[in-house]
Design a protein. Structure first.
Length: 288
């Protein structure tokens, strides 16, 4: 593994803050992450932000095919050269924004579901997770590196301060475990905080929502007012909910209306959303 400083200097490049670029400079870390992903020789991996290829190379040695999605065009030439030098012919580079990536199209070219990997910039981490949840039909699992604060939110339990909207959405359809903590000293340039690698295994929801869009809307609305009681937090014309209806629906599924959103388990949110779906909108059709 060539040092990031040497590669960047040779190509007259600098890390770009707008892309959240912090490059791994410790060879052992990519190897541990790939081991945690348990990639098999018949799998296709989508790597988000390959950068200098620190993770791309060990992934390519384990997978049948790698689709490396890189938004920074200045990095693409460097990455191609590194792959050529390593004689890696099973890597395709897409110059594209991960937030507009069609995972279904990539999966259709593969023999099975995809594995998604990458070191995510903080500013798009939540958006990528929401996208993966929406497209999880084509994803078996994701092994992603986050700033440790966000990773701890994903791993949080109900009733804790870190427990939030993304936590519930993921817990609804996936098992989440920590793979490893990566110290800030493993990167160049060195960030101010440590990172954590999280493995997300997508599973069929149990219990499942009758209307998943409604479920995610209810979760979003509830956590938008997390300091309020549920009976008050859910009041909004978006789901045609007044306080009396909210209280009745909550009590109907055994949830105390004075509880706060962060105390509900994913199963309780599903029960509430399913009760709303069964009853139908209060007046006319539910807004999209």
């Amino acid at each position: 593994m060539t040092r990031p400083t040497h590669l960047l200097r040779a190509w007259q490049l600098r890390p770009k803050k707008r892309f959240g670029q912090n490059f791994l400079r410790t060879p052992a870390v990519p190897q541990q992450i790939v081991a945690g992903a348990a990639i098999t020789p018949d799998e296709t991996v989508v790597e988000i932000g390959p950068g200098l290829g620190a993770m791309t190379l060990p992934i390519a040695r384990s997978a049948r095919r790698v689709v490396a999605v890189e938004l920074d065009r200045d990095m693409v030439g460097l990455l191609r050269t590194e792959l050529l030098a390593a004689e890696m012919a099973n890597v395709a580079i897409l110059e594209q924004d991960i937030l507009s990536l069609d995972l279904a199209g990539i999966a259709s070219e593969s023999d099975g579901k995809l594995v998604v990997m990458g070191n995510l910039p903080y500013n798009i981490s939540s958006q990528v997770l929401v996208q993966l949840i929406a497209q999880r039909r084509w994803v078996d699992r994701a092994v992603l590196m986050f700033q440790r604060e966000l990773a701890q939110r994903l791993l949080a339990e109900p009733g804790t301060k870190a427990y939030g909207r993304i936590t519930v959405m993921l817990r609804y359809c996936a098992r989440i475990v920590s793979v490893m903590t990566v110290p800030s000293t493993a990167f160049y340039p060195q960030p101010k905080v440590d990172s954590e690698v999280v493995r997300i295994d997508f599973t069929p929801p149990e219990p499942a929502a009758v209307d998943e869009a409604l479920l995610f809307t209810v979760i979003r609305i509830a956590f938008g007012k997390r300091r309020k009681t549920l009976a008050n937090a859910l009041v909004t014309p978006v789901i045609q909910m007044d306080k009396a209806r909210a209280k009745r629906l909550l009590e109907g599924v055994g949830i105390n209306p004075v509880r706060r959103p962060e105390t509900l388990t994913p199963a309780e949110f599903v029960a509430l959303a399913n009760a709303m779906a069964a009853e139908g909108p209060a007046h006319g059709n539910r807004p999209a």
